[in-house]
Design a protein around this ligand. Structure first.
Ligand SMILES: *Cc1c(COP(=O)(O)O)cnc(C)c1O
Length: 386
């Protein structure tokens, strides 16, 4: 299939759907038999495009999709009427009717919302599905470690028109001792509930890192995010994965400057020799970290071209002096999989002083997303403001 849809610019994100399929199959193969996999595709699938990757994940081993906000859940629901969608964040009271009407599986950590969902489900003639969140130490959301919270959770199990489908918590990944303490605390809550006859199908605490590093924390459900995209955050365990995303552009302008001349705002870079400067049409408004100045590089003809001067909103400059035979329109790889001298997302995160998930989720809607399967372009998605 040829690329019929014009991109209107030379800067774009390329997402290899075969890598996504490979990664979820690897996760399925590594997971214990029967474990429910909720593929985390919040923040537009970590920048990869939630709508495009959702079916690839569901057709290659995921059982459920997980997102962070109601808007993300509703967008998925609109396109995929039958995929189970777990909303891992809280929803403000006023918007709970949307949750029930659209069969979103809602995370709750208070009795009042459970009652409201139960009532709404009665009104709409349906059943509300919830996962109860337990705070085991992270102190973000979740029922606290108190006798009153336990009583409230028990009451939730007894509500009509509401099914507790799961109970979950989240690890802070501070240390092995603390992980173990959080995990035991979580198991204690489950036991206390079960002793009172409150049982639910799914128990889960593992994200990507905990799934790979501590397979014993799988229980019967996991919530991998980063590893779906081939971002390897683990340290102890190992899983072979393929980075699905690359970020590409083309040289839009070439300047020949004399020793001593400056480049960019405040001339913050000055030529120490006669130099060839390349301009590239991407900038921090595309989601590239502005603090990559003096640290980042792109790969041109397999060689590193360092970013020089201050990164602009829409363009940046690189030093081409040491790269042979460069021409206007030559490809520059901003993020690659590390091969051919490209900067992979892990290395980009280290240079920018952040983590891999931030590098990809901060990619904005401006760069078009180009999807590939079997080496051919299958779809192009332009953002709202490209
Ligand atoms: C984002 C998120 C995940 C996935 O995290 P990764 O580190 O990307 O695997 C899992 N669980 C919750 C509650 C999350 O918010």
């Amino acid at each position: 299939m040829s690329m019929k849809q014009p991109l209107f610019r030379d800067t774009f994100l390329e997402i290899d759907l075969d890598c996504i399929a490979f990664n979820i199959r690897q996760i399925r193969a590594a997971a214990n038999p029967g474990v429910c996999i909720a593929a985390v595709i919040k923040a537009n699938g970590y920048g990869h495009g939630a709508l495009e990757i959702a079916p690839v994940l569901m057709e290659n081993g995921a059982d459920m999709l997980a997102v962070a906000t109601l808007g993300e859940a509703l967008e998925l629901r609109q396109h995929y009427p039958s995929y189970p969608i777990l909303l891992m964040g809280l929803t403000p009271d006023d918007y709970l009717p949307y949750v029930v009407k659209n069969q979103i599986i809602q995370t709750i950590d208070r009795l009042s919302q459970a009652r409201r969902l139960s009532q709404l489900a009665f009104e709409y003639g349906t059943t509300a599905l919830v996962h109860i969140k337990v705070d085991t130490g992270f102190h973000r959301i979740g029922f606290p470690d108190t006798p009153q919270a336990l009583e409230e959770m028990k009451e939730i199990f007894a509500l009509p028109n509401l099914t507790v489908q799961g109970i979950f918590s989240h690890l802070a990944l501070t240390s092995e001792e603390e992980n173990e303490r959080q995990f035991q605390r979580f198991l204690d809550v489950i036991s206390a509930l079960e002793a009172a006859g409150c049982r639910c199908p799914y128990h889960h605490i593992a994200d990507s890192i905990s799934f790979v590093d501590y397979p014993e924390y799988q229980l019967n459900m996991i919530r991998p995010g980063a590893i779906l995209y081939g971002l390897k955050g683990f340290h102890i365990g190992h899983l072979d994965l393929k980075q699905a995303l690359s970020f590409k552009t083309k040289i839009s302008h070439i300047s020949h400057i004399k020793k001593g001349e400056g480049v960019g705002y405040d001339y913050l870079w000055r030529a120490e020799r006669d130099s060839i400067i390349g301009t590239l049409p991407f900038g921090y408004a595309d989601g590239y970290p502005r603090n990559m100045r003096d640290k980042g590089f792109v790969s041109i003809h397999g060689q590193k071209a360092p970013l020089i001067g201050v990164l602009c909103m829409d363009q940046c400059m690189v030093d081409l002096t040491d790269i042979a035979d460069v021409h206007l329109g030559d490809e520059a790889i901003i993020y690659g999989n590390g091969e051919h001298g490209t900067l992979d997302i892990d290395s980009a995160a280290k240079l920018a002083g952040t983590n891999k998930n931030e590098i990809v989720s901060r990619l904005t809607a401006r760069p078009p997303r180009v999807y590939k399967k079997d080496g051919a372009i299958t779809k192009v998605v332009l953002g709202e403001h490209f």
